[in-house]
Design a protein around this ligand. Structure first.
Ligand code: KIV
Ligand code: ZN
Length: 513
């Protein structure tokens, strides 16, 4: 089938504007890792940095332009001969390369910051584009602070830079000032008033100071823009840039409305988001669209009931389509009986109506006291109602020691089926020592798949939460533990996972009988 959709180019600036987020500095090898993942995700252009700004940026642009295949690799350059020259030096070994040069055009910037007249700025813009064009074909020009620039002058500058060879003209909303309707009209005006505009692609670059970057970019697409500049997780200067994942998924999900799409492989989005978050240290807010931890979690009973009957009732994007695993039904104070029963069945329980109702009442009480309800909480509730033992393993005491020049040691005492067992063991750290000792006492054959620590509150006395995933004979379970002492939280998480495996074995044995 031939698609009627217009192809929108995705210009990723995570490595340039994204890196301008306070604290998000990346080293050369980190930038290369991200660039490779962006290429794998199918972006069209990667702005790998600002070559003149630092040796690190120069190196990153040079390496990425020579080693990363697929996207066009771009360097930013002020409209200054030295900048354009260095950008070209960084890019010259690459095959698909672009120079992106810029100068401010708003009267506010020209008067107070650059002390240039409009005429001087126009000459600098044309000279920079001509210089870049003498090195390579693909040249982008940005009139910085375009949305606060006099419209007639903006159109004059755009016409001149296109005549000088610019193949993309980018319209930056540098301070996140515009609104969707106003930006739509500006892009339309540019298309009408710049006589040679058909010789260049119109790009947009929006900042999120008023929370409108994505809306403004989508509005510009409706008005005829062919390229969107954006960053993973929406990172960037101040409040950030247009979020790549949001624009890409809005176009994909609402093709009926926008009539446009991109070449982004959406299944790679979550992986890319996590990589950028890990490298920059900038965590993603849980309720962030597309890539937030809660983006595919449903808690309200009425939503859960609808979802369990038919996914499309409350889910417009499937988590699988962005590589985010599966829809999650979170059991909490707002959940309904339908979701509770379904989850219990997934965990292998088939309670009768009476036990189910009693356990459901207790779930509501528990949810009033506890922020998160885990599977083991549900197992504990239902097991008690059904008269089954819950915990095979219980921590009685723990003593852990470590320090320079000594082997980390842990002495663990457990109650195993109500018998006390105590052992001492060593490891690569105290957590490892405790885990090895527990493994010896419980004689578990499981292996550790994941160990994640997170601070629930701030400060060095923070409440720490540990999640541990273990696997045995193809059965994978996750246990959680929370304590101000991270070693105790780790041990509780491991025991909770072992208890789940043990409970599963008991159920399996009963099922065979
Ligand atoms: O926000 C901005 O104006 C920029 C330009 C350099 C495109 O980042
Ligand atoms: Zn910017």
């Amino acid at each position: 089938m031939v698609s009627k959709n217009k192809k929108i180019k995705i210009f990723d600036t995570t490595l340039r504007d994204g890196e301008q987020s306070p604290g998000a500095t990346m080293n050369v090898s980190e930038k290369i890792l991200i660039a490779r993942q962006l290429a794998c995700m199918g972006v069209d252009i990667i702005e790998a940095g600002f070559a003149f700004s630092s040796e690190g940026d120069f190196e990153a642009i040079k390496t990425i332009s020579q080693e990363v295949e697929g996207p066009t690799i771009c360097s930013l350059a002020r409209a200054k001969p030295g900048d354009v020259d260095v950008a070209w030096k960084a890019l010259s070994g690459g095959e698909n390369v672009r120079i992106h040069t810029f100068i401010s055009t708003s009267d506010i910037h020209l008067k107070y910051q650059f002390r240039l007249t409009r005429e001087e700025a126009l000459i600098r813009a044309v000279e920079a584009v001509s210089q870049a064009k003498s090195y390579l074909q693909d040249v982008e020009f940005s009139p910085m602070d375009a949305t606060r620039t006099d419209e007639s002058y903006l159109c004059e500058v755009l016409e001149a830079v296109i005549a000088a060879g610019a193949t993309t003209v980018n319209i930056p909303d540098t301070v996140g000032y515009t609104s969707p309707e106003e930006f739509f009209r500006l892009i339309q005006a540019i298309r009408k008033r710049v006589p040679n505009i058909d010789q260049a692609i119109i790009s947009v670059h929006c900042h999120d100071d008023l929370g409108l970057a994505v809306a403004n970019s989508l509005s510009a697409i409706m008005a005829g823009a062919g390229q969107v500049e954006c960053a993973i997780n929406g990172i960037g200067e101040r409040a950030g840039n247009t979020s790549l994942e949001e624009v890409v998924m809005a176009l994909r999900i609402r093709q009926d409305f926008y009539g446009s799409d991109t070449d982004v492989v959406s299944e790679e989005i979550t992986k890319t988001s996590r990589l950028v978050s890990k490298i920059t240290g900038m965590s993603v807010q849980p309720n962030k669209a597309i890539v937030g931890a809660n983006a595919f979690s449903h808690e309200a009973g009425i939503h859960q009931d609808g979802l369990l009957k038919e996914k499309t009732t409350y889910e417009i994007i499937s988590p699988e389509s962005v590589g985010a695993g599966k829809t999650s039904i979170v059991l909490g104070k707002h959940s309904g009986r339908h979701a509770f029963k379904t989850r219990l069945e997934e965990l292998g329980y088939r309670p009768n109506e009476k036990d189910l109702n009693k356990a459901f009442e207790r779930l509501k009480q528990l949810a009033d006291q506890k922020k998160e309800i885990f599977d083991e909480d549900l197992e504990a509730l239902i097991s008690e109602e059904m008269g089954r033992p819950v915990e095979r393993y219980r921590l009685v005491s723990l003593h852990a020691e470590s320090g320079s020049g000594m082997k980390p040691t842990a002495t663990v005492e457990l109650s195993v089926d109500d018998t006390l067992l105590k052992k001492t063991g060593h490891g690569d750290g105290v957590v490892d020592a405790a885990y090895q000792t527990i493994a010896q006492i419980t004689e578990t054959k499981s292996h550790l798949c994941a160990y994640i620590v997170k601070a629930i509150t701030g400060g060095t006395d923070a409440m720490g939460e540990v999640s541990v995933t273990i696997e045995e004979s193809g059965r994978r379970v996750t246990g959680h533990g929370a304590d101000t002492d991270i070693i105790i939280a780790s041990v509780c998480a491991y025991l909770s996972a072992l208890n789940q495996l043990a409970a599963g074995e008991t159920r399996a044995r009963k099922g065979q009988q």
